[in-house]
Design a binder for this molecule. Structure first.
Ligand code: ADP
Ligand code: MG
Length: 352
């Protein structure tokens, strides 16, 4: 397994990565999620041995890798633009890492890899004849060719358009799983992180601010900024948080709660800060909240509504497509606790 301990990387005294710690069990996929410039690529390069740490360690299965050069770490790197050799066919691009390692039976391995990434029949094509998504699949196959013990992916989908990115994110997960490779994946896109990874590390200004299983991080972001970066649409505090949280307490879902589980649906704990998804509030004639419609807009899946609720203010909500509330109309709303998160830092000790 990969272990990064208190890693700091400086560029001319300026810290790009600050005391970052994370671990990645063998066979899992970890996404490092953070905004542009927060130090993701630097972290990845330090793990690969391309940037020397100012302090801290990178180790694999307990062995400290400082002093082990990049090509001896057994890691593979893949970038946003797959950096294929344009004069070589797809098959030769994929076979390249095998050739430089003088591995036998590379033709068979290339065929396996082409099948793995869904490009059977592409062996003799030149990169210039491929779509962006196909090029990234070839780059992925090439990265996997030499059976790296760790695959390092630096925003591998960022150069693709939205629809393709979504499909390839799902494929990437399937491919990396099928290959059985451990992977560290950096991205600024939370949807990509959720589509690909088992674990997530949220990075900000060079620091890892939260690290854990995907759903644990999603259910309890450490602070408001992290919640917004993870894709929650708003963070409520004080009375607004308390009102919306309490409104979830009477939702039908609370009947399914495990007895004795934390009273997250009881509405009794003062929540401090609560992160809400757009769909946490939905129009429901039996809901406990009353609001006035500020705007309503039809989207392919639902009607997106902005409502003004006493004691909460203006907030997003959703309605089914067969309801299109008019501006100014008074509506009732229900809240769904499964689409909210209590901000961990706002809770007192022992309250979770
Ligand atoms: P990210 O990948 O999250 O966008 P980077 O790791 O590329 O972030 O950059 C982190 C910080 O380090 C940025 O402020 C960037 O300007 C700086 N940086 C990156 N590479 C270099 C370099 N080679 N020399 C000096 N500063 C750098
Ligand atoms: Mg980067």
């Amino acid at each position: 397994m990969l272990e990064v301990r208190d890693l700091t990387v400086l560029y001319d005294q300026a810290p790009a990565v600050v005391q970052a710690s994370l671990n990645l069990p063998t066979g899992q996929v970890l996404a490092v999620l953070g905004p542009s410039g927060c130090g993701k690529s630097t972290l990845l390069r330090a793990v690969a041995g391309l940037e020397p740490p100012a302090s801290g360690t990178v180790s694999w299965d307990g062995r400290d890798l400082s002093g082990v050069p990049t090509h001896k770490r057994g890691f593979a790197l893949m970038f946003q633009d797959g950096q294929l050799f344009n004069h070589l066919t797809v098959a030769r691009n994929i076979a390249y890492p095998l050739r430089i390692r003088r591995r036998p039976r590379s033709a068979q391995r290339v065929a396996e890899l082409l099948a793995l990434v869904g490009l059977d029949g592409f062996a003799d094509r030149l990169p210039a004849t491929l779509s962006g998504g196909e090029r990234q699949r070839v780059a992925l196959a090439r990265s996997l060719a030499a059976d790296p013990r760790l695959l390092l992916l630096d925003e591998p989908l960022s150069a693709l358009d939205a629809g393709l990115r979504e499909r390839l994110a799902a494929d990437l997960r399937v491919i990396v799983r099928a290959a059985g490779t451990t992977a560290l994946f950096v991205t600024h896109d939370h949807e990509e992180a959720f589509a690909v990874a088992d674990r997530i590390a949220v990075m900000r200004a060079g620091r890892i601010v939260q690290h854990g299983d995907l759903d644990a991080v999603w259910r309890a972001p450490v602070d408001a900024e992290t919640a917004l970066f993870l894709g929650y649409s708003r963070v409520l505090e004080g009375q607004a948080a308390a009102r919306v949280w309490a409104a979830g307490g009477s939702s039908r879902r609370s009947a399914h709660d495990t007895p004795g589980s934390p009273s997250r649906t009881s509405g009794t704990i003062p929540p401090g800060e609560v992160a809400v998804r757009r769909s946490a509030l939905r129009l429901d004639p039996t809901g406990p909240l009353t609001g006035r419609v500020i705007s309503a807009r039809v989207t392919p899946l639902q009607v997106r509504v902005v409502v003004s609720i006493d004691g909460v203010g203006e907030i997003d909500a959703v309605a089914p497509l067969d309801q299109h509330p008019g501006v100014g109309e008074t509506v009732r709303l229900a809240a769904d606790h499964t689409r909210m998160a209590v901000i961990a830092a706002a809770l007192g000790p022992g309250s979770l």
